[in-house]
Write a protein that binds this ligand. Structure first.
Ligand SMILES: Nc1nc2c(c(=O)[nH]1)N[C@H]1C(S)=C(S)[C@@H](COP(=O)(O)OP(=O)(O)OC[C@H]3O[C@@H](n4cnc5c(=O)[nH]c(N)nc54)[C@H](O)[C@@H]3O)O[C@H]1N2
Ligand SMILES: Nc1nc2c(c(=O)[nH]1)N[C@H]1C(S)=C(S)[C@@H](COP(=O)(O)OP(=O)(O)OC[C@H]3O[C@@H](n4cnc5c(=O)[nH]c(N)nc54)[C@H](O)[C@@H]3O)O[C@H]1N2
Ligand code: SF4
Ligand SMILES: [Mo]
Length: 741
């Protein structure tokens, strides 16, 4: 195995040491202190606590992070590779043997001449390993395969699209720490830690929000649920799920009608204001109020509060991105920032838009000017074989992957490496997903345990976990508003017979005789680099030299890394385009149609009268965590939360079993009366449950829940640019289930 590295703990004596590291249970990278006990030569993670000495996070952790030990030493943790037996079930085999066989079978697929046939799906765990994506990309380049899928495209793929259609500000968004107002749409940072640039910080979010409000921040939240974040809001618009396009168009109309824009900024940098005004002018306030369920006065007040403030951005999370017209919503939010000129100007201090560490590129001088839209990039990437979709910025659409596997013909995806992801529970349209996974010629899963997806794989390869490898926080590097840097060595000695997400590709490349062209130099098949050497070769442009990074322990603030925005080039001519091709038509369709479900097969407005939204739970991370008893105990199951008045309407009581019926499928769970929900909206967490039918009828109480992904339909209604099907604001009926006792 290549994945060895310096370790901070000793393995020889019976002892206890404390290592400083950062948590990677989720993306948020909270700095931690990890007690490592060594008993008879075996290391065990003891207590995990927040690093009180950290200058930014100040010791924040959540319940998941504090259970990192349980995750690492879980009895179900996979310690050797598994190979599917012809008759069903798995045989344990040495990981080296599994990797040899996998490489051989990949070579056979590649020998047929089409690199496209070999795909990867890199799930959330790959985002918590800085080396994973650069190495996976190099592997795909080496085999000539554009089929490198990630969970980004079933998350907020509109975030790839908006900059290409609207344009970007080279100096990034205004830092949230200087905002007077913050407009937050369909995101719940207090639970999710989603640190959208320009929006509320993910660093100790509740305390940060409280402090910001004390200094005068006005918070506007648009969410059908009175979330933990909405509870902090000055103005909470409890929108009907799926109706944000109408609400935002109505608010933009108010801003434009009342001339609340930054006229000077718009003159200099913005094209299409007149077209925009015309496109939103049909969204009269009475229509907006009726359609969205938000009182007209609140719509107007929110528009005035946002546009009337001096500084502060609008940001959008997963909820509306996954609802119908997700790219439209994300674009309109971008337009709020553009017309109000909410961007840093020359002389202001900002972090580098490439991240404090500059991990994702050299720290270029940042200028106060627009980078032009690049709409041609929406269709110039490799074409999908279905639905007229394209890879956008190197990201092929995951929601089309099942069909790429199932559709016969040249270019069919025949082999899949599922790396740190759980398609069976997390992809939309579980029925189609399972059908596709079962028809692969080769399916390999790299996981820490036998997940629902791994159960369908031909090989399951045991993965190293976070405390067993060095890392830098690539996910959040771009989100820090302070010049904060951090590195962790491997806290534990990496167990033998396991690889990490990058190591899998390194091992396969070696066996296939491939050279991986990494940003910091080639990695030849003869080399056996340490995990630290791989990391360094992935990020040669780090603004802090690697030796210096590695010699530090814990996070630190580096004032010298702060950047000052430079004036624009004198001949800067690029401008934002607020109404790109297709936008006015899409807005007109929103205004015209009675609901956003045109084309959704089986949809009946008389039957599917409720709208199912998603939520995150503090105790679990997507499908990860509920295998850990103390985390599962906290969450219980994935309840269907709905307003008490809805429960009455459906004839059910808190704690009853219900069927949640979408036009595509049904899931069963326990209903919970939730006064924080808007009537007509239902809220469930995703990625619970199991393979369809695997668990039989749910026990009572239904401890393992069910998976909402089954309710989506990939094929009949999807975003025409991103291919994302309806994954939030899913139209559903709620039906009581006869109790079996
Ligand atoms: N209906 C609905 N569907 C959704 C969403 C929603 O809101 N609603 N959200 C979507 C979003 S935003 C996302 S990002 C996707 C998530 O999609 P996925 O990334 O596919 O799902 P996860 O459950 O995060 O999968 C993580 C897997 O990695 C394993 N794992 C945990 N730690 C490690 C590790 O260190 N190494 C390795 N190799 N494996 C590890 C876990 O056991 C698990 O099997 O789901 C999407 N699906
Ligand atoms: N503890 C924990 N943290 C996580 C995760 C987890 O599973 N657990 N998952 C991680 C992942 S993969 C991601 S991508 C991020 C996501 O981070 P967020 O986007 O903040 O995710 P949620 O907390 O689900 O917040 C989505 C919100 O959108 C609202 N919503 C749903 N539909 C609509 C709609 O149509 N309109 C409007 N206006 N609102 C709507 C929901 O009520 C919910 O409050 O969280 C990450 N963090
Ligand atoms: S929020 Fe929790 S799980 Fe995420 S990094 Fe911080 S401690 Fe870990
Ligand atoms: Mo996500």
């Amino acid at each position: 195995m290549t994945t060895t590295s310096d370790t901070a703990a000793t393995t020889t004596t019976t002892s206890s040491t404390t290592a400083r590291s950062f948590c990677r249970f989720c993306h948020a990278a909270c700095p931690i202190e990890v007690e490592v006990e060594v008993l008879d030569g075996a290391e065990r993670v003891g207590a995990v606590r927040g690093d009180l000495a950290d200058p930014l996070f100040g010791g924040y952790t959540c319940i998941k992070g504090r259970h990192l030990g349980d995750q690492h030493h879980h009895p179900e943790r996979l310690r050797t590779a598994l190979r599917r037996r012809p008759g069903g079930g798995f045989d344990e085999i040495p990981t080296d043997v599994a990797l040899d066989e996998i490489a051989e079978r990949l070579a056979a697929v590649l020998a047929d001449g089409d690199g496209r046939a070999v795909a990867s799906y890199c799930g959330t765990a790959t985002f918590q390993n800085a080396a994973a994506h650069p190495v996976a990309r190099a592997f795909h380049a080496a085999i000539g395969s554009p089929s490198m899928y990630t969970s980004i495209t079933i998350d907020q793929p509109a975030k790839l699209v908006t900059p290409l259609r609207l344009g970007t500000w080279a100096a990034g968004p205004q830092p949230w720490s200087t905002a007077d107002v913050s407009l937050v749409v369909g995101t719940n940072v207090v639970v999710s830690m989603l640190g959208l640039p320009g929006g509320p910080t993910f660093v100790n979010p509740l305390a940060s929000l409280r402090a910001a409000k004390r200094r005068g921040l006005r918070l506007i939240v648009i969410d059908p649920r009175r979330t933990e974040t909405a509870a902090m809001a000055d103005l909470h618009l409890q929108v009907r799920p799926g109706e944000d396009p109408t609400l935002l168009a109505g608010m933009l109309r108010v801003i434009l009608d009342e001339g609340l824009i930054d006229a000077e900024f718009c003159d200099r940098w913005v094209d299409g204001l007149g077209e925009l005004h015309a496109a939103v002018s049909t969204f009269d306030i009475d229509h907006v109020a009726e359609r969205t369920g938000v009182p007209a006065d609140d719509v107007v007040a929110a528009a005035r509060l946002f546009a009337g403030a001096g500084r502060g951005s609008a940001t959008c999370g997963t909820g509306p991105n996954m609802a119908p017209h997700g790219t439209l919503v994300e674009h309109l939010l971008g337009v709020f920032n553009v017309v109000c000129g909410r961007f840093p100007r020359a002389g202001e201090q900002v972090q580098s838009p490439t991240g404090v560490l500059g991990l994702t590129g050299a720290a270029v001088p940042v200028k106060a000017q627009v980078r032009a839209p690049r709409p041609e990039l929406l269709t110039s990437g490799p074409a999908a074989r279905v639905r007229g979709l394209h890879s956008i910025l190197g990201q092929p659409p995951t929601a089309a992957l099942p069909d790429e596997i199932l559709e016969p013909g040249p270019g069919r995806v025949r082999a899949l490496l599922t790396v740190g992801g759980n398609p069976v529970l997390a992809w939309p349209d579980q029925g189609r997903t399972v059908e596709a996974l079962e028809s692969l010629d080769l399916h390999v899963a790299l996981d820490i345990r036998v997940s629902a997806t791994a159960r369908l794989a031909d090989y399951v390869v045991p993965s190293l976990l976070s405390l067993e490898r060095p890392d830098v926080p690539t996910n959040v590097d771009r989100w820090f508003e302070d010049p904060y840097v951090m590195y962790t060595p491997s806290v534990l000695t990496p167990p033998s017979g396991m690889v990490d997400e990058a190591g899998l590709y390194v091992e396969l490349a070696r066996r296939l005789g491939l050279t991986l062209e990494l940003p910091g130099g080639n990695l030849g098949p003869e080399e056996r680099p340490s995990a630290d050497e791989v990391l360094e070769r992935c990020y040669p442009a780090s603004r802090v030299p690697w030796d210096e990074l590695r010699s530090g322990r814990g996070g630190s603030l580096r004032e010298e890394l702060t950047l000052t925005v430079l004036p624009p080039d004198e001949d800067a001519r690029d401008r934002f385009r607020v109404v790109p091709d297709g936008l006015a038509d899409e807005l007109a369709a929103v205004r015209r149609d009675a609901d956003p479900y045109g084309g959704l097969e089986g949809y009946d407005p008389e039957v599917h009268t409720a709208r199912l939204t998603s939520r995150r739970l503090k105790g679990v991370f997507n499908s990860s965590g509920r295998e850990i008893e103390r985390l599962r105990a906290r969450e219980g199951t994935s309840f269907a939360h709905a307003h008490p008045s809805d429960l009455e309407k459906w004839g059910v009581a808190d704690g009853d079993l219900v069927d949640v019926v979408s036009p595509r499928a049904t899931v069963r769970t326990v209903v919970r009366a939730a006064p924080d929900m808007r009537p007509g909206a239902v809220s469930m967490a995703h990625a619970w449950g199991d393979l369809p039918g695997a668990a039989g009828p749910p026990p009572e109480p239904c401890v393992l829940g069910d998976t909402t992904g089954r309710l989506s339909d990939n094929a009949s209604a999807y975003d025409p640019i991103t291919g994302l099907p309806v994954m939030s604001a899913i139209p559903v009926a709620i039906r009581p289930v006869a109790r079996h006792r």
